[in-house]
Design a binder for this molecule. Structure first.
Ligand SMILES: NC(=O)c1ccc[n+]([C@@H]2O[C@H](COP(=O)([O-])OP(=O)(O)OC[C@H]3O[C@@H](n4cnc5c(N)ncnc54)[C@H](O)[C@@H]3O)[C@@H](O)[C@H]2O)c1
Ligand SMILES: O=P(O)(O)OC[C@H](O)CO
Length: 346
């Protein structure tokens, strides 16, 4: 197998993961649509817009020519925002090698079609969806680039492809587990961003730790419920891609979703929040998708639904909290996803 790996695109996550691969002495070629960024990575070994103040491996090569990045690569890692995935894959289709493994690290959906990222990729590059690998889990680029201990999961319908991805990334500070539940890992990684937005909003409103714990726990229950309805294994939500990523995203100041939620809780309008971020905040689009999933599958997602009203219908966040707290009394167990999964799988 060639030791060349291509990474598309050079945002925070693509750059941090490319740096892990370069630390593993692979021949890493990162593609960016920005010639200025390519020059900066090649000559100064930095990506100051997305990872300010951090030095990149001097072995990392950048190019604005996707064909040059991808030709001869044993693996192609895509870390594009979900909104750009189809467009990036359309270009990739023209130059990808037949036998290169495709790994993606994107946490979101195509909002127009409600498709998962592996579906979008497989449609565009004409590959079987089960051959694609998703990399997810609790992993902020800002900490991975500092080589802080990090654990992630790689999931695929093709165990061999997942193991190859595991071998490529694994090192002393980046530990990689495999998982067969690609649907669950993709859903968990995308849906936790909604709850992180809510946790940020709760903090911005000045609420305390009780509210945060409630949001995380009840948030996990609702994302597991919809996940199971969409074909995920409920245990995936108890793993790195589920509770692991939920905790890190909903409690870390590195999180763009938490930060956007915090500003919204402070009363800032959505457009002002987004223009101040300068980076992708996937949870906004994902809230729209979750609202549609909730209707389509008839699964209650009260937190996602209230966030939808706040984000897209100008509901006051305090009214959203009142609506959540004032719902009909329930037993806890009736809201847990295990019952549904057992019905389906026994
Ligand atoms: N940053 C993290 O810590 C982190 C960790 C795990 C997963 N992710 C996920 O990775 C994905 C990317 O996030 P990010 O943090 O790198 O975003 P980012 O905002 O830091 O960077 C986005 C990059 O995408 C490029 N881009 C946007 N549209 C494009 C297009 N049409 N064609 C080519 N390039 C395009 C931008 O130029 C930029 O380089 C998201 O789904 C995010 O949830 C991010
Ligand atoms: O910065 P965020 O909120 O996009 O989160 C980044 C990662 O998903 C954390 O694992």
């Amino acid at each position: 197998m060639s030791d060349k790996v291509a990474v598309l695109v050079a945002g925070s996550w693509g750059t941090a993961l490319a740096n892990v691969l370069a630390a593993n002495e692979l021949d890493v070629h990162i593609w960016s649509r920005s010639p200025e960024q390519v020059l900066e990575i090649n000559e100064q070994h930095t990506n100051s817009r997305y990872l300010p103040g951090m030095a990149l491996s001097s072995h990392l090569k950048a190019t604005a020519d996707m064909k040059e990045a991808v030709t001869g690569a044993a693996a192609v890692l895509i870390a594009a925002p979900s909104s750009a995935m189809r467009e990036v894959c359309r270009q990739l289709k023209t130059c990808i090698e037949e036998d290169s493994i495709v790994i993606h690290a994107t946490k979101g959906f195509e909002t127009e079609s409600l498709k998962r990222m592996s579906t979008v990729i497989s449609e565009e590059i004409s590959r079987n969806e089960s051959s694609i690998v998703v990399l997810s889990g609790p992993s902020h680029a800002e900490e991975v680039i500092r080589q802080c201990p990090t654990t992630v999961v790689v999931a695929s319908g093709d165990q061999k492809a997942a193991e190859t991805a595991q071998d490529l990334f694994m090192n002393a500070y980046f530990r990689v587990y495999t998982n067969r539940d690609m649907i669950g890992v993709e859903l968990a990684g995308a849906l936790k961003n909604i709850i992180a937005l809510g946790a940020g909003m709760s903090d911005g409103l000045g609420f305390g730790d009780n509210a945060k714990a409630a949001l995380l726990t009840r948030g996990l229950a609702e994302i597991s419920r919809i996940g199971v309805e969409m074909g995920a294994n409920p245990l995936t939500f108890a793993g790195l891609a589920g509770v692991g990523d939920l905790v890190v995203t909903a409690t870390s100041k590195h999180s763009r979703n938490w930060r956007a939620g915090f500003m919204l809780g402070e009363g800032k309008p959505l457009d002002e929040v987004l223009s101040s971020m300068g980076m992708v905040v996937e949870g906004i689009r994902t809230t729209k998708a979750a609202y549609a999933f909730s209707e389509k599958f008839g699964v209650q997602m009260p937190i996602a639904n209230q966030l939808y009203h706040v984000l897209f219908e100008q509901r006051d966040p305090r009214n959203a909290v009142e609506a959540l707290m004032g719902r009909n009394p329930k037993t806890e167990m009736e809201t847990m996803p295990l019952q549904t999964w057992e019905q389906w799988h026994t």
